[in-house]
Design a protein around this ligand. Structure first.
Ligand code: SF4
Length: 315
């Protein structure tokens, strides 16, 4: 009988789904995804999470509720670190407990710890711990992971090779992947820009090695993985000056962005004249407000072309 494993379409689903999906399928399991974010998922998440949680964590709860009755297992790893010498936001670490305490009648949760802080070699042990729910054969588990990782890496490279139209304005839209790619949460911000014949680029389209090289030049210790990626991206953009504007999407209650968003904005304003806008979303954000800000931003970007000195609106 096929075993169903549920993956909530939230948080690091937007980064690792191709890897997790291929791994579980290689082990003979059927992956069940929650629906795309919708009003019910959003409302269920808000109702079932502590008030002080950030929006993406609330959304995660809503996605768990959406699939919990359809699956044998829920995959909610306890993620501490996904890169050597770096930590991830602490909310990922407590996620299995948050879910268990907030939501009743759950299936078995696979909450294996992912902690690559000391060495990325630890991934083998982690993979075997997850895989043992589906196979007794360690070789089979490791082979399933290697094939899945190969596919994941190729998918990533394909994204980096995406070419833009050279004549259009180019706008970088940056932020955590679940802010950028959950279209319900961000009210289709990326598509709204594309509809204005703008080429949208995201951090995922830049070679991660390049981002890391730039991040190393930052004065200060970047011990958060999200910070390294976003600050490295910013330094790359400011150095290359190959975008016409930068949008940073954040959500209300994000502790990481309260520091990183500020650092990014100050760095851009100090070192370049690239127009910058911070879009902070919360459960009350209205689409009309987002549309107005996008319109105004694009008007300003186009307006600058008319003036030789190309001075941004913020001075
Ligand atoms: S990084 Fe920010 S948005 Fe993401 S889980 Fe942590 S607090 Fe929430």
């Amino acid at each position: 009988m096929t075993v169903n494993v549920g993956i909530p379409r939230a948080l690091l689903y937007y980064e690792y789904y191709p890897l997790w999906n291929a791994f579980f399928e290689n082990l003979g399991a059927k992956v069940v995804l929650s629906e795309k974010t919708n009003k019910k998922i959003f409302d269920d998440g808000i109702k079932n999470t502590v008030d002080e949680a950030c929006i993406p964590i609330k959304l995660f709860h809503g996605h768990v509720m959406n699939i919990k009755d359809e699956v044998d297992y829920l995959f909610i790893p306890r993620i501490k670190s996904i890169a050597k010498d770096e930590y991830i936001c602490p909310k990922f670490c407590g996620l299995p407990e948050m879910i268990k305490h907030a939501i009743k009648d759950l299936p078995t949760i696979i909450s294996t710890e992912i902690n690559l802080f000391k060495s990325t070699k630890g991934i083998k042990k982690t993979v075997c711990e997850v895989g043992k729910y589906f196979s007794d054969d360690e070789k089979n588990i490791l082979s399933a992971y290697e094939r899945a990782y190969y596919k994941y890496r190729n998918d990533k490279k394909a994204m980096q090779n995406k070419r833009n139209t050279e004549n259009n304005k180019k706008i970088m839209i940056m932020g955590h992947p679940y802010h950028l790619y959950d279209v319900y949460l961000n009210m289709n911000t990326l598509e709204k820009f594309e509809a204005k014949e703008v080429d949208v680029v995201t951090p995922e389209m830049i070679d991660i090695k390049t981002i890391n090289e730039y991040a190393k030049k930052f004065e200060g210790n970047l011990y958060w993985t999200f910070a390294r990626k976003l600050i490295g991206t910013t330094m790359y953009l400011v150095d290359r000056k190959n975008v016409d504007g930068i949008i940073y999407i954040s959500t209300f209650g994000c502790g990481v962005d309260s520091v990183v968003g500020d650092l990014v904005e100050k760095y851009i304003r100090r070192k370049s004249n690239i127009p910058f806008m911070l879009l902070t979303l919360d459960e009350h954000s209205g689409e009309a407000g987002i549309n107005t800000r996008i319109e105004a931003f694009m008007d300003m970007v186009k307006w600058r072309d008319k003036f030789e000195n190309n001075i941004p609106a913020h001075g």
